[in-house]
Ligand binder design. Structure first.
Ligand SMILES: [Mg+2]
Length: 263
């Protein structure tokens, strides 16, 4: 990282970067630039139900302006399915990466093989049972190679117990992987990570500097894949290995706009 970490654990006396100053840091970095952006909690405020999520006003224009530059590649890198990402109305010119790197907007997704398909069927069954155990407000999201249990709107105690049980059950299934998020647990029939996705995008773009902006636990995999001279930006106050922090999606928007001006 180019600057010392700004606190590493939730509860520390956190310092947030000034969006304008952080834009200047990025603008001064060697180009081409790859800018990877998580969506939920970064470009779109977190809402109670993921289906109700929307981009913050002005985000589409700000990222579109960056993506139009010849020396900048902008990618939306999300755990959401590609179909779900497309519903946000992000501008043309962005690379869209869904399913934690499993799906790309510029190429077909490899279909599941028999073993993966059987694993997904089993994971879906377990997730449905877990949602029933968590009770009202819990729901299951189906993706092409994974399944997600959401408990944000469920009873807190029952929800966390259901997640813990599901986590154990998934760990016992050979070849399956799980990722914890904020009151969600995603079970994968095929391995994927935002870190691997960022590494691939960086190579393809010939990026001299990669920037990643994320708020959730799974975004730490992307931060970990960055080199020391790259720029990792955590949104919010949760624990992180990132060297920079922005407070919330409004600060991200201010940073995107300032970066557009600075470039
Ligand atoms: Mg997020």
């Amino acid at each position: 990282m180019t600057t010392p970490p700004h606190g590493t654990a939730a509860g520390d006396d956190l310092q947030f970067d000034d969006p304008g100053a952080l834009a200047a840091v990025v603008a001064d970095a060697p180009r081409p630039l790859l800018i990877g952006l998580d969506i939920d909690g970064v470009l779109a405020p977190i809402v109670a139900h993921a289906d109700d999520s929307e981009l913050l006003d002005g985000v589409a224009a700000a990222v579109g302006r960056l993506a139009n530059r010849p020396d900048v590649t902008v990618a939306a890198v999300s755990g959401r399915s590609l179909a779900s990402i497309r519903s946000f109305g992000l501008p043309d010119g962005l690379e869209l990466v869904g399913g934690h790197g499993m799906e790309r907007s510029d190429r077909p997704t490899r279909p599941l093989d028999d073993e993966e398909a059987a694993r997904l069927t089993e994971l879906r069954r377990l997730a449905d049972d877990a949602a029933a155990a968590a009770g009202d407000g819990a729901w299951v999201e189906q993706k092409s190679a994974s399944v997600v249990l959401h408990v944000r709107q469920a009873d807190r105690e029952r929800g966390s117990r259901a997640i813990a049980t599901l986590d154990e059950q998934c760990a016992a299934i050979e070849g399956a992987e799980q990722k914890h998020g904020s009151e969600v647990l995603e079970l994968f029939a095929r391995s994927a990570s935002k870190g691997a996705a960022m590494a691939t995008l960086g190579t393809e773009a010939g990026a001299a500097t990669s920037v990643f902006v994320g708020d959730d636990v799974t975004d730490e995999e992307a931060f970990a894949a960055l080199a020391d001279f790259d720029i990792a930006i955590k949104v919010g106050s949760a624990a992180t290995i990132a060297g920079h922090r922005l407070r919330d999606p409004a600060a991200v928007l201010a940073w995107l706009r300032a970066l557009g001006d600075a470039l």
